[in-house]
Design a protein around this ligand. Structure first.
Ligand code: ZN
Length: 337
């Protein structure tokens, strides 16, 4: 089935409709309760605990590329505030039940500080950005995953874990990288998987299988297997053509295949600019959220990003929309509409 494409402007309206819908209509559970009571042999003696009129709404916020090295790190050091890059959006992300971003630079405690170039390294103290913003889970599967070598992959996983941030897309073994990560909120299991189109950025000739690569068959098997252990799946996809505002064939094929496999949401990043949101089959695809914290000043489009705002009622996606941000000197700020 072909999906429909919406611009982000239309999308915010769509979101408001969905939001009012789930606050006014009774939940599916309320409807189911009535015939169930009728079947009880002796209603007087039975002790029925009525379910709440509405299931709790779980809010999931998804952000794009967060790069805590280079000039982003330098500016934070100038201010003596390693949480500086996400401070303006910290209240918003902290208010969510689950907050996710793509972590575009590995952490490492080895070597000199990186303030320029295309090989990234975030100083360990920059973890404060994620902590202050209440980021629960990051994707580490991207084209900079190996910028600090094998050590960088391991240090990053370890450092995030020690600081209470879950990871998805890279893992100590290939098997674990494809197993996904489950976060439970309001008694619903939110499963995450993450993949990248490239893991080397031209720096490595070999392949590290601890970084999950985009392969439709492998991803389909991963989604199906994760759905046996959890209620719903969100797939992170690091792909696309840089600075292009339309998704390429690889993005479309992979994202739609993820929904076809049973995922509810696909969240894309890497192009450094935003791309359309697509309602496809029973799911939604955010092809590219653009940058969230980055030091790309060469064009206006790289300084505008989106935060995907999802609301789940139980495991059902009840509404979604986008929150636009503008990035001023590497730091995102919510655009008031
Ligand atoms: Zn990238």
């Amino acid at each position: 089935m072909e999906g429909q494409t919406y611009s982000s402007m239309k999308f915010s309206h769509r979101y408001r409709n969905a939001a009012s819908e789930f606050s006014l209509t009774p939940s599916r559970r309320t409807f189911l309760l009535v015939p169930a009571l009728g079947l009880l042999p002796n209603p007087i003696e039975s002790r029925v605990t009525l379910p709440p009129a509405q299931r709790p709404i779980t809010r999931v916020l998804l952000g794009g590329d967060v790069m805590l090295a280079r000039y982003v790190g330098a500016l934070a050091r100038q201010r003596a505030d390693p949480a500086w890059p996400l401070r303006n959006v910290a209240d918003l992300f902290s208010s969510a039940d689950i907050a996710f971003v793509n972590l575009e630079a590995p952490f490492s405690d080895r070597g000199r500080k990186v303030e320029s170039g295309m090989v990234f390294k975030a100083e360990p103290e920059m973890i404060e950005s994620l902590r202050v913003a209440g980021i629960d889970i990051v994707s580490t599967a991207n084209n900079h995953a190996r910028d600090c070598g094998r050590y960088g992959i391991e240090f990053t996983l370890d450092w995030l874990q020690k600081n209470g941030v879950e990871t998805v897309g890279t893992a100590p073994t290939a098997e674990l990288a494809h197993a996904g990560t489950i976060l439970e909120r309001n008694q619903v299991g939110f499963g995450f998987l993450a993949y990248t189109y490239d893991q080397s950025n031209g720096n490595h000739a070999d392949q590290d299988d601890r970084v999950a690569m985009m392969d439709v068959d492998a991803m389909t098997a991963d989604v199906e297997s994760l759905l046996k252990r959890t209620d719903l799946v969100i797939v992170s996809m690091h792909a696309g053509t840089e600075y292009q505002q339309t998704p390429n064939a690889q993005q479309r094929k992979f994202a739609r295949a993820a929904i076809d496999a049973g995922a509810t949401v696909v969240v894309g990043h890497h192009p450094h600019v935003t791309q359309p949101v697509e309602a496809y089959a029973k799911g939604v695809i955010f092809y590219s959220l653009g940058n969230l914290a980055f030091d790309q000043f060469q064009r206006k489009e790289t300084q505008l990003g989106l935060i995907a705002d999802l609301r789940f009622s139980g495991k059902r996606l009840a509404g979604y929309g986008v929150i636009p941000v503008e990035i001023i000197r590497t730091v995102p700020r919510i655009v008031k509409t």
